[in-house]
Design a protein around this ligand. Structure first.
Ligand code: SF4
Ligand code: SF4
Length: 344
């Protein structure tokens, strides 16, 4: 990841500001060409109107004014939007911009991705057959491996993003080592299914085969990753997160309070905002600034702080590393990776 000086200064300024939502996930589209076992997005796929390019850019301006530092563009597959290059171009001027791809599009959209700070390619395993089974598409593994190689060769900051589940967890230490040794960072997700009724939209599909049942082994994998962090570059998860995951697995205790609609929120393809995808929408992106400090939002935050309905890794991360102290902790933990942020 390379940052321009003006962007770095803007981010620094926002990182030390209080009571700001620092992280946003924008599901730009529900469209997807894959059929993942763990995902509900494609199952409910029907044509849904999406915001236009201008509307997305107006939304990004709102987020900038609110002090947001980091935008994650996902879906569905956001690379299926024709205008994704324009959106990345705009977002990356002001935010740390990450974009997800299931591995099928990135190699075809290199120019559109050039300005992204980080491109995360979903990849769960080094076992081709297993991956194609998980994705529901023949050739998915090969496409993802090709995408990683193509982007890496083109000098784009690309990483792999495995979703840890019962089916792949024993391989995770070796998988991590494989990519980190080749200069490809690893950004983890954890298999979850959506447990709340009436969410803003469904993502996690219940699947007993994927549900982590061997909790002791999972805790050992967290320990193995902590050990690897001291000698390997590019393990994009903090020690604090790994310890919290271990405690959750072994004792079913949560070492964090959820910071939905405080440190982070999500946006759907129509510009509706919710604390997380499991909660109901509470505003549109354009209404957000006037509602952010309202009594109603304070009441919702109080409800979410007590919520224990999920442990999606991204929400957990933004809760554990919330606010100014959290930003400092990330930098301290990720110092080796942060050294790669060069001012140009
Ligand atoms: S997990 Fe991602 S790639 Fe797979 S079906 Fe869902 S949206 Fe598509
Ligand atoms: S714990 Fe937080 S992120 Fe998870 S469902 Fe509850 S409010 Fe949403």
């Amino acid at each position: 990841m390379k940052l321009s000086l003006s962007k770095a200064l803007g981010l620094l300024n926002r990182s030390i500001s209080f009571n700001k939502p620092h992280h946003v996930q924008w599901m730009l589209t529900y469209r997807c060409n894959y059929r993942c076992r763990s995902c509900d997005v494609w199952r409910g796929q029907k044509p849904v109107k999406e915001l236009s390019t201008d509307e997305v850019i107006a939304g990004l301006e709102v987020l900038r004014g609110m002090g947001v530092m980091e935008i994650v563009l996902s879906g569905g597959n956001p690379l299926l939007r024709e205008d994704i290059g324009e959106i990345i171009d705009y977002a990356s001027r002001f935010f740390v911009t990450t974009i997800y791809d299931n591995g099928s599009q990135a190699a075809k959209r290199v120019e559109a991705l050039r300005k992204a700070d980080f491109v995360a390619i979903s990849l769960d395993t080094l076992d081709e057959k297993k991956y194609d089974y998980l994705k529901g598409v023949h050739g998915a593994w090969k496409a993802a491996m090709d995408a990683v190689e193509t982007l890496h060769k083109q000098g784009i900051t690309v990483g792999v993003s495995p979703t840890i589940s019962q089916l792949n967890m024993y391989e995770i230490p070796e998988f991590t080592e494989h990519f980190c040794e080749r200069g490809i960072p690893v950004l983890f997700c954890l298999y979850q299914h959506d447990s709340l009724k009436q969410p803003m939209f469904h993502i996690g599909e219940k699947d007993d085969e994927l549900e982590i049942s061997d909790k002791v082994a999972f805790a050992k994998i967290c320990d193995a990753l902590i050990e690897k962090k001291s000698r390997l570059h590019g393990i994009l998860i903090t020690r604090k997160m790994l310890n919290a995951l271990k405690v959750l697995a072994l004792k079913e205790e949560r070492m964090w309070k959820c910071k939905a609609l405080q440190s982070f929120f999500v946006i759907d393809p129509l510009g509706n905002v919710a604390g997380c995808h499991l909660q109901k929408p509470v505003a549109t992106i354009y209404e957000l600034p006037k509602l952010w400090n309202s009594q109603r939002f304070e009441e919702l935050r109080e409800i979410y702080r007590k919520c224990e309905s999920c442990s999606y890794m991204c929400y957990m991360f933004y809760s554990i590393h919330a606010n100014v102290q959290g930003n400092i902790e990330i930098l301290r933990d990720q110092w080796k990776n942060a050294k790669e942020i060069l001012v140009r």
